[in-house]
Design a protein around this ligand. Structure first.
Ligand SMILES: Nc1ncnc2c1ncn2[C@@H]1O[C@H](COP(=O)(O)OP(=O)(O)OP(=O)(O)O)[C@@H](O)[C@H]1O
Length: 265
């Protein structure tokens, strides 16, 4: 697959096998900058595994990943963050005992010389730490949570913890933001707010790759959708195109996945 100036992320023939399980199987896709792209598919179709391979949490079994034309297939996760690839997790991974603000500050440690923990301990790093704090506060304002900056992250309701994760990822200054099921556990009001936040993120020039089961959100917000089933790419296109694809409808019906069946509406 050729990498052109219009491609932010190019994934070519990517596979991830766990023993005999082909969790991701020969997937190729391209993501253009400035878009919201989504990855959908029935339960167990390989979406999270693909995100984990893209972010470097798992090594690829085969294939390649390039970000802005640079091969990152064998880069460590922290190197990928430095190159502009940030993510959130399906299962929230906050430091529950640290404050909300400190959690968001950890998002920047890949870009600072000292890192949060050293900054908290060493006076020499305090100036850098002040700038980090200011940036973290800006990101908390962006996601609508400036009022809870001092609260322990673990004390926040689930939906707000998800927003803190997004703020932390934004604090790393990403070019591409990978979001793994950000609407999981959100109420309809929070999901609407998330929809607006996603559009604002793209408005800042950040490209989004969204893994999500909430089909109303996905179909409303996505510019482009890739559909996986049993680790393989079975369809791709606009929301209208994938919704009309008989292969996609069959994949969802075959699983009896009630959430997935929404894809047909
Ligand atoms: N660490 C692992 N070890 C072994 N098998 C795994 C591992 N992670 C995922 N799998 C398997 O790989 C397949 C794809 O799983 P994955 O979690 O990527 O799917 P998914 O589309 O994200 O599912 P869901 O929508 O339910 O979150 C499944 O069969 C799963 O059991």
């Amino acid at each position: 697959m050729s990498v052109t100036g219009d491609v932010l992320l190019a994934v070519d023939g990517l596979s991830k096998h766990f023993g005999g399980v082909k969790a991701v199987d020969d997937v190729s896709l391209e993501i253009a900058p400035g878009r919201i792209c989504s990855l959908i598919g029935p339960n167990g179709s390989g979406k999270s595994t693909l995100i984990n391979v893209l972010s470097g949490l798992y090594g690829a079994t085969r294939g390649s990943i390039s970000l802005l034309g640079q091969d990152i297939t064998r880069r460590r996760p922290d190197e990928r963050v430095r190159l502009g690839l940030a993510r959130t997790f399906q299962n929230i991974r906050l430091f529950k005992g640290l404050s909300v603000l400190e959690n968001v500050m950890t998002g920047q440690h890949c870009r600072t010389s000292s890192g949060l923990f050293r900054a908290l301990l060493h006076p020499a790093s305090r100036r850098e730490e002040a700038a980090t704090r200011k940036r973290a506060l800006r990101e908390l304002e962006f996601v609508g949570l400036p009022d809870v900056a001092a609260a322990p992250a673990g004390s926040l309701a689930y939906g707000r913890q998800r927003l803190v994760e997004i703020a932390r990822a934004l604090a790393s200054d990403p070019t591409l933001l990978l979001l793994d099921e950000p609407a999981a556990g959100l109420n309809p009001h929070e999901t609407e707010a998330l929809d607006r936040t996603l559009r604002q993120i793209v408005g800042r020039g950040i490209t989004v790759l969204l893994v999500e089961h909430d089909m109303n959100l996905v179909m409303g917000v996505s510019d482009h959708i890739t559909v996986l089933n049993f680790g393989r790419k079975i369809s791709a296109g606009t929301p209208e195109q994938v919704q009309a694809d008989p292969g996609v409808i069959e994949a969802y019906l075959g699983t009896g996945d009630a959430r997935g069946a929404d894809a047909q509406r």
